[in-house]
Structures are given as C-alpha cells and as structure tokens.
Design a protein around this ligand. Structure first.
Ligand code: AMP
Length: 385
C-alpha cells in the first residue's frame, strides 16, 4: 500500500452525493483539493459544491472505471455501494477505507458476526431468513424485539418492532421477507457514539464520547461531550479503537453504543465514514471529522481533535417544512448557533435537510440553545399565506 501522501491540488473521488459528501467536499476544497462525486442523482448536496458531478448507476462499471481513473483516491460518503463498484475502483486507484470495511459494515448480519467473532459486546441477536426462523428466534431471544433487514437499512428504515411471537408472520411480511437480524429490544440509559479516525500508519484519534437522542429511530440531537463517567467514556473509546484496528480502517468511523442502566456498553452499529453525531466538529473542533477523513484518505498525519467549546447539534428534518420554508432568520437571531443547509431540493418527512450547531459553556447549555433555535424556526400554521 502506498504511504505517499496525496497532496493539495490532487483530485479525490467520493462515491455518494449526500450531505456527508458535501461537508467533506467543503473541507477538501478549502485545502485546495479537487473533488469528483459519483451517484445516480443530479444537482445533489455534494454535486453542488464539487468540481465534477458524475451521474451514473453504481452498477455502470464502465462509468465507475472512468471515474476511478480520474482521481487519486476514492472514498465513500454512503456505504451501501455495491461491492463490485468498490472493487472496480480498486483496480484503477486507491480506495480508502478498503472494500472489506465496506462489505462488512453495509450488511447488519456480517457486521454483527464480525463483532461477535472478535468478542465485542453486542445486544443478543439471531440471523433470520424465514418466518419460521423468526418465530424460533423470538422464542429464544424474547420479546419485545426488533427485526432489522440485513442490508440497506439506515435511520430506522427496514425495521419493525415485534411484541409477540404470534406476530412473527406479519413482521416477516412487513420487511419484505428478506434476510434479517432479530435483536432483543434493550431498555438503555443513553445512546452514545464515538467518532474516531485512523491513518494509513495506524495512528488513532477520537472526538470523545457523544450523547445522542433519537426520535423515530432518526438521530435528533447530539451533545458533545456526553454526560457520562470517565471510566465509561474511556471504555467506549477503547472499543472504538479496537474495532478500527481489527477492521484496518483508514478514515473516519463511528461506533454507536447503547449504555445500559448498569453501566454496560453494547455496540449497536458501525458507520465507516463521517457520521451525523460528528457534525458538531465542523464548528466546535480544531479539525472537523470531514477534514479528518480527508487527511486519513490522503495519507496525511491526522489533525488535533480538541473541542474548542462544548457543543450540541440538532437535525433539521423535512417535517419542519410542513407549513412552508422554516424561518431561517429566526435561527440566525441566535449568535452562537451555526446553520447548515444541505441543498436538497425536496423536503420529505424524515429526510435530513440540514442541522444547527450551538456552542456554549456546557453541552447541556448548548443543547438548550440549539433546541430553542430550532423551535424558533418553526412556522405556526396561522403565519402561512
Ligand atoms: P439502528 O438503525 O439500528 O441504529 O436503529 C436506530 C435507532 O433505533 C437506534 O439508535 C435506537 O434508538 C433504536 N434501536 C435500534 N435497535 C434497538 C434495540 N435493540 N433496542 C432498543 N432500541 C433500538
């Protein structure tokens, strides 16, 4: 593997074209890199800020080859890219993180089996490939449980809660009768994450432990730092480091955890890329998770991860557009709040359209501010027209 750094002026390829690619591209262009993005869509969040937007199917391997030939390194902002796409890229240029990381983390079952084999703490789960297997798994694991499709799931998509063994057939039908994982539904104290980066030389940095609140299975608010005891924070960081070493990741990876009431950490899932819970780093850290991804995939030394001020991030979902465009000016009234808008053309319920980050003297105060700013943006029905 080449350890030669890829320097400013070079061109980076990004597979995927959403907000993660957009923020990565902003960081890369600031440092003088060119960015090409590849996805099946046009006028995308990433494409709007990239040097070149290639619109083609991930299965169009000729287009993938041409794209890979035009860049010094390929990275991902979206892990559900077909394995062949990554391997064609690897025939023509560097791919970071490598295709194996993608292959494991894009599939819940493979990811959980990998984590289990390596001895990481997990929520009890079973592989399920039929209604009958689901029934057995429900009896073994117990209810309530959550059935999750093995592939192509995110933000709670492809998931259904199952409260009784008798509901097996209906649950199986509701996820489209596809390979799945049944998980015990856990009653957790908090959800936490660690966003970390690993360089081509195995150097490791992290952004501490973050505290996440979800709404309808979608991340709603992140607080940095998390309000947890230092031994728990240290354990979470150690686990993230072990996962990254084991997977030989080059780039940013996020490990999401459940913290049980008795202080046990269990890994919920991995994301082999910058993560929504690390968005605060754009405004609140010496090096953002996006610049860190750039540094890692370009073979540069990693940047400092110091938190400049405690922060909180709140997502802006498409639901906020129900009564028209949100009141951006109202958010701008908050001097310690940063507004991020992703340039998506269609607001839809549950779709991530942007986020706000607030900085304050504590992460709890930042949370209060970010929630107040978000609330101020909501238009009341009587304001319409
Ligand atoms: P996931 O897509 O698996 O990360 O799930 C999205 C969210 O659903 C999580 O962040 C949790 O809030 C909730 N969730 C997922 N799995 C479980 C579980 N086994 N027990 C309780 N809550 C869960």
């Amino acid at each position: 593997m080449s350890l030669e750094p890829i320097l400013p002026g070079s061109t980076i390829g990004v597979l995927g074209s959403g907000q993660l690619g957009r923020m990565f591209t902003i960081a890369a262009r600031r440092m003088g890199y060119r960015v090409h993005t590849f996805s099946p869509e046009t006028d995308t969040p990433t494409g709007q800020v990239a040097d070149q937007e290639v619109t083609a199917s991930y299965e169009d391997l000729d287009a993938v080859k041409k794209f890979a030939e035009g860049v010094q390194v390929v990275t991902f902002e979206f892990e559900n890219v077909p394995a062949d796409t990554a391997s064609v890229c690897a025939e023509h240029t560097l791919v970071r993180p490598n295709g194996t990381v993608l292959h494991i983390t894009q599939h819940r079952l493979r990811e959980k089996q990998f984590l289990m084999r390596s001895g990481f703490p997990l929520v009890p789960f079973r592989k399920v490939s039929s209604s009958a297997e689901l029934e057995t798994a429900l009896k073994e694991i117990g209810v309530p449980a959550i059935l999750k499709t093995a592939g192509f799931g995110y933000d709670g998509k492809g998931q259904v809660r199952v409260d009784a063994v008798e509901d097996a057939a209906a649950a199986w039908a509701s996820i489209g009768e596809q390979e799945a994982v049944l998980e015990k539904r856990v009653d957790f104290q908090k959800e936490l994450s660690v966003v970390a980066a690993r360089s081509v030389r195995g150097e490791f940095v992290h952004y501490g432990v973050l505290e996440n609140a979800h709404h309808n299975s979608i991340l709603d608010v992140t607080m940095a730092p998390a309000n947890v005891k230092s031994n728990i924070a240290q354990k979470a960081v150690d686990l993230a480091r072990q996962v990254m070493d084991e997977l030989d990741v080059v780039g940013v990876l996020c490990v999401e955890f459940f913290l049980s009431w008795d202080g046990q950490l269990r890994i919920n899932e991995l994301a082999p890329r910058p993560h929504n819970s690390g968005h605060f780093t754009f405004d609140a850290s010496v090096t953002s998770q996006f610049e860190q991804q750039l540094r890692a995939v370009c073979g540069l030394p990693l940047g400092a991860t110091d938190l400049l001020r405690p922060a909180a991030m709140a997502n802006l979902l498409g639901d906020m557009w129900d009564n028209g465009e949100p009141d951006w000016a109202a958010a701008a009234m908050f001097p310690n709040v940063k507004i991020h808008v992703y340039g998506k053309l269609q607001p839809r319920p549950g779709r991530k359209m942007g986020h706000l980050t607030a900085l304050a003297s504590t992460s709890a105060a930042a949370k209060g501010t970010v929630l107040a700013a978000r609330k101020a943006m909501l238009r009341r029905v009587e304001e319409q027209g």
